[in-house]
Write a protein that binds this ligand. Structure first.
Ligand SMILES: Nc1ncnc2c1ncn2[C@@H]1O[C@H](COP(=O)(O)OP(=O)(O)OP(=O)(O)O)[C@@H](O)[C@H]1O
Length: 267
């Protein structure tokens, strides 16, 4: 085979590259000059105070919104400059879950997981059910396959949402506040699922969260946004940022008590 050089290059290309990105709405800028890479198989957390623009950054990264300036590369290809067909292809490689994680209430868990396969593939029903069960197995939800979403706990809904996001073979999962609204034990179980998916399947994760416990447990690296300077003020291994950052804002975030009230940005 004459292809190792190409695949070696593909392996070293970051899963996601954010290049000098400017994010905002109308004339309001939330973030400027943001640059960072997410390596394959890495769990990267985007953190910062409520309202600083974490979700907006993620929506720009997945091509849902167009950045004011800069670029986002998915596996080396620009999702910002891609035409509609290319963009759809790149987005197929991204599995996305939002805060609500909404499943279709009228479909069983299995049918929900199968839904993207029903919509976007012509795989036979038996095969699709098999894939859906395998995905449910990965998130420890097989026993709930026949249940309706209304019968699931918050943690189960989140895990089912992740399984559905993986249905089309996404290798990069983008999770927006996955542990929002979950009790600490359920949130810790979800963290365990994220780590298992990375370790077992080599998936890449970009997770928006401000849950300190979760950040310290799952993140290989963290990118911290700051609303006042509209910039990334820290990037690194969370425990190192906590213990050694020279920036008081970063130390303050990492050394707050987990049960302290949230700081909300109002402008
Ligand atoms: N579609 C939109 N149009 C205009 N403004 C928006 C839009 N989406 C979000 N915003 C505003 O941008 C700011 C940042 O919102 P965003 O949801 O990105 O922050 P966040 O850091 O994820 O917050 P949280 O942690 O509370 O979820 C907020 O003031 C929000 O009201």
């Amino acid at each position: 085979m004459e292809r190792p050089a190409v695949s070696a290059q593909a392996q070293t290309t970051p899963a996601v590259s954010v290049r000098d990105l400017k994010v905002g709405y109308g004339s309001r800028v939330l973030l400027e000059g943001a640059s960072f890479d997410v390596q394959r198989g890495e769990i990267l957390v985007i953190l910062g105070a409520s309202g600083c623009g974490k979700s907006s950054l993620m929506k720009n990264m997945i091509g849902l919104y167009r950045p004011m300036a800069g670029d986002v590369l998915i596996g080396g290809e620009s999702i910002v400059r891609a035409g509609p067909t290319e963009k759809a292809r790149l987005q197929r490689g991204l599995g996305i879950t939002y805060q609500s994680g909404a499943l279709f209430g009228s479909l069983t868990v299995l049918e929900n997981i199968r839904f993207p396969l029903d919509e976007f593939t012509d795989i036979g029903l038996e095969q699709k059910n098999l894939i859906a069960r395998m995905l449910l197995h990965q998130v420890e939800m097989v026993e709930a396959q026949s249940r309706m979403p209304a019968e699931l706990s918050g943690g189960m809904l989140k895990r089912a949402g992740i399984a559905r996001a993986m249905a089309l073979g996404a290798e990069i999962l983008m999770l927006d506040e996955p542990s929002a609204g979950l009790d600490p034990i359920t949130a810790a179980n979800l963290d365990r699922t994220i780590l298992a998916l990375r370790d077992n399947l080599g998936l890449t994760f970009v997770v928006v969260t401000h849950e300190l416990q979760s950040i310290l447990k799952v993140a290989d690296r963290a990118v911290m946004l700051d609303a006042t300077s509209r910039s990334i003020i820290a990037e690194g291994v969370p425990s190192e940022l906590r213990d050694h950052s020279q920036d008081a804002r970063v130390r303050q975030f990492f050394n707050r008590r987990p049960d302290a009230p949230e700081t909300e940005v109002r402008r």
